[in-house]
Design a protein around this ligand. Structure first.
Ligand code: MF3
Ligand code: CO
Length: 280
């Protein structure tokens, strides 16, 4: 999608502004998460996020992006990404993925999480947990990596471990390859691509100033997907359920910081043996 040239390397001062954007996104997603319950509409969730972002003096980045009509993407069950919020009422057991972006002083943050509404199916909860684990494993790999290809490698290893342990209920997870992570900074989507799967290409060099969004999408079936007539909503062909987790991560001189995690990623990365860098 993008060449390797023209990567926008950020100064520590620019990363500090991106942290502000990242925290606005984290606040918005925290507020949305607290509202997720059966009976709520996806448009209700969108309103919650918009209020937090505007209240912080920031700008929703999705709204108007190539004509996108909302602040959030809310993707339910077999919807993988880019679901448009509306009148759909969340039901117990739904798998809901919420993606949010905000701009502060021209700099972007982008993050997503998935959750099961109420008490769902154990295999749906496993899907959500495995996708979150895959995200953090990918981020931890980035902290140690020379090349971005290490991220997708780590995602695949988590998926393989879940299969080996039988946590997928005997149905191999699909890793969505048609949508990838991306550089992020003065625009939401920049070079380089960040594949969430193993590739022959070792990927762009990891060096200070690189800021990327890592965003694995796993499905409880085949990864084949199509886009609905609304031109946005991406669904699995086989109707299997999907999960999506995403964080914006900065590479600094002395390590990485997860800009869209309130603690900078300290807890989850610490558990994986990675110490996060000090914020500029
Ligand atoms: N946040 C998505 C991503 O991670 C993009 C959302 S597309 C939009 O790349 F149109 F809704 F903005
Ligand atoms: Co993204």
């Amino acid at each position: 999608m993008f060449g390797r040239d023209r990567i926008e390397y950020k100064t520590p001062e620019q990363v500090a502004v991106m942290r502000r954007a990242g925290l606005v996104v984290a606040d918005a997603l925290g507020a949305v998460r607290a509202r997720i319950t059966a009976g709520v509409t996806t448009a209700d969730l969108d309103a919650v996020a918009e209020e937090v972002i505007l209240g912080a003096g920031a700008t929703p980045s999705f709204l108007g992006y190539h004509g996108y009509p909302a602040t959030l993407c809310v993707s339910v069950n077999e919807e993988i990404v880019h679901g448009i919020p509306g009148g759909r009422v969340l039901q117990p057991g739904d798998v809901v993925s919420v993606d949010c972006g905000a701009i502060v002083d021209g700099w972007h943050g982008d993050s997503a999480f998935s959750a099961v509404v109420g008490d769902g199916h154990a295999l749906d909860q496993e899907l959500v947990t495995t996708t979150e684990d895959a995200l953090w494993a990918g981020i931890a790999a980035l902290a140690r990596a020379d090349r971005l290809g290490a991220v997708g490698e780590a995602v695949e290893e988590v998926v393989e471990a879940a299969a080996a342990a039988g946590r997928n209920g005997g149905v191999a997870y699909g890793i969505v390859e048609d949508y990838v992570g991306h550089g992020i900074g003065t625009a939401m989507h920049q070079p380089p691509d960040v594949p969430n799967y193993r590739t022959r290409d070792r990927g762009a060099k990891v060096r200070p100033g690189l800021c990327v969004a890592v965003e694995p999408m796993l499905v409880r079936g085949a990864e084949a997907n199509r886009t609905l007539a609304d031109d946005w909503t991406v669904v699995t062909e086989d109707g299997s359920r999907a999960a999506h987790w995403e964080h914006t991560v900065a590479v600094l001189e002395d390590g990485i910081v997860v800009l869209t995690a309130p603690d900078g990623g300290a807890e989850r990365l610490g558990a994986l043996g990675v110490q996060v860098a000090a914020l500029p």
